[in-house]
Design a protein around this ligand. Structure first.
Ligand code: GLV
Ligand code: MN
Ligand code: MN
Length: 410
């Protein structure tokens, strides 16, 4: 069994980095807070006896050799960046549990055939640049220099942010792992939903991951005096955008399995007595079924264009990122199921509504995930919580599944 007190202590220590008054954390990618989080995690990796290194995009790795150092490694981990005002478990649990797994192997003198590597990926969340999974895309060799042009709110591009951290955007290709270099990727994560809690179960086996499409929607109307412009003569960009936000809710609800969110709203000029002339909305739309998601997206855009035309408001939209839903590997799911059974836990299959780095890696190696129960399903929120017992349970499942996958002959 893993050392739950050590795991819990490390989770608490990491929660101090980028801590907000709300009790949650803000650790955006390539900031001092994210750097400090990676430094702390690197020190934990060193304590665990792992060989620590960072790649060309800042992905942090800790490696434990196997009997066959040339065998493809089993990669476990997650991320340490967060959304603005995020919780203390989304990401850190998977990284720290991975270290705990490797350290427990070390302390028990366990020898595996395959190396085990623990990773803290760079920018899973996409919270800074509205474009995420930068590190895992790079590992899969799919990150392009063009994609490094995405900018944050201050107009700083990913490439510039990398340069500020001493990383070279022109060298992202060096982070790519060759085909057949990884035997599997396995991530422990909080569920961030209510399914396990409602089933009364601590742990679940992830079957697949729903995929988001992220868009920016821009509405252009006419700025004017709030007191002198009659209602019928207005071209109010915010009134149009508000109608579209309601359309997002209607269309996603009508599809049943889809979820649609407008999480960002920018209003210009933003005066109490000025009719809004320009509005930007974000759209996050997801489904485990790509066809359904794309159909809902089409419906939303069609209705948005029609209602903007009726209002005389300009409408433009661009895709920020579009992901494809993935199925988890049968091999990795089997190892997780066997680990659950060995620990006397009921195996329970569920899909992930949240996106995860594994989505980027399916072309590189078999991918799987383990979920643990989230309190009230709350996440991307300072109140995010999973109990110490459930973190320990999930980490023990991760230990046995990793041991199984790493013990297999090539
Ligand atoms: C990441 O947590 C996401 O699902 O957006
Ligand atoms: Mn996460
Ligand atoms: Mn998240």
């Amino acid at each position: 069994m893993v050392d739950v007190e050590r795991l819990w202590r490390r989770l608490s220590d990491l929660a101090e980095v980028g801590k907000q008054e709300s009790g949650g954390v803000t650790r955006l990618s390539f900031t001092d807070e994210e750097r400090a989080a990676k430094d702390l995690v690197a020190s934990f990796m060193e304590d665990a006896g792992l060989l620590v290194r960072e790649d060309a995009t800042g992905n942090l790795f800790g490696r434990r050799e196997g009997k066959d150092p040339d065998a493809p490694a089993v990669l476990v981990g997650s991320h340490v960046d967060s959304v603005v005002g995020g919780g203390n478990f989304d990401g850190p649990l998977g990284v720290l549990a991975g270290i705990e797994v490797a350290q427990t192997m070390e302390e028990r003198g366990v020898e595996t055939v395959r190396p085990v590597e623990v990773v803290a990926f760079t920018d899973e969340e996409g919270a800074r640049f509205s474009f995420g999974m930068i590190g895992s895309r790079a590992l899969a060799g799919t990150l392009s220099e063009e994609e490094l042009k995405h900018e944050d709110e201050a107009g700083i591009s990913i490439a510039d942010a990398m340069r500020d951290r001493g990383l070279h955007p022109g060298r992202i290709g060096e982070a790519a792992r060759p085909q057949d270099s990884l035997a599997a990727y396995l991530e422990l994560h909080i569920e961030q939903g209510r399914v396990l809690e409602s089933e009364g179960l601590p742990v679940g086996v992830v079957t697949g991951i729903a995929a988001p499409v992220w868009r920016r929607l821009v509405f252009t109307g006419e700025t004017g005096h709030a007191g002198t412009t009659p209602m019928k003569l207005r071209r109010d960009a915010l009134a149009a955008a508000a109608e579209v936000a309601a359309v997002v809710e209607q269309e996603a609800s009508a599809a049943g399995s889809s979820v649609g969110t407008v999480g960002q709203l920018g209003v210009e000029p933003g005066g109490i007595n000025i009719i809004p002339g320009r509005v930007e909305l974000s759209l996050d739309l997801r489904d485990i079924d790509e066809g359904t998601r794309d159909l809902v997206e089409d419906r939303i855009l069609k209705r948005a264009r029609a209602l903007c035309e009726r209002r005389g408001v300009g409408f433009e939209t661009e895709v920020l990122q579009r992901m494809t839903p993935v199925s988890c590997s049968e091999t990795v799911r089997g190892a997780v199921r066997a680990a659950c059974e060995g620990l006397g836990l009921r195996t329970y299959d569920l899909a992930s509504g949240a996106a995860h780095d594994g989505m980027q890696l399916v072309g590189l190696c078999p991918v799987g995930m383990i979920f643990i129960r989230s309190k009230d399903g709350v996440s991307h929120n300072p109140e995010e919580w999973s109990s110490k017992e459930d973190c320990a349970g999930g980490t023990n499942v991760l230990y046995h599944a990793t041991l199984d996958l790493a013990s297999r002959q090539r």
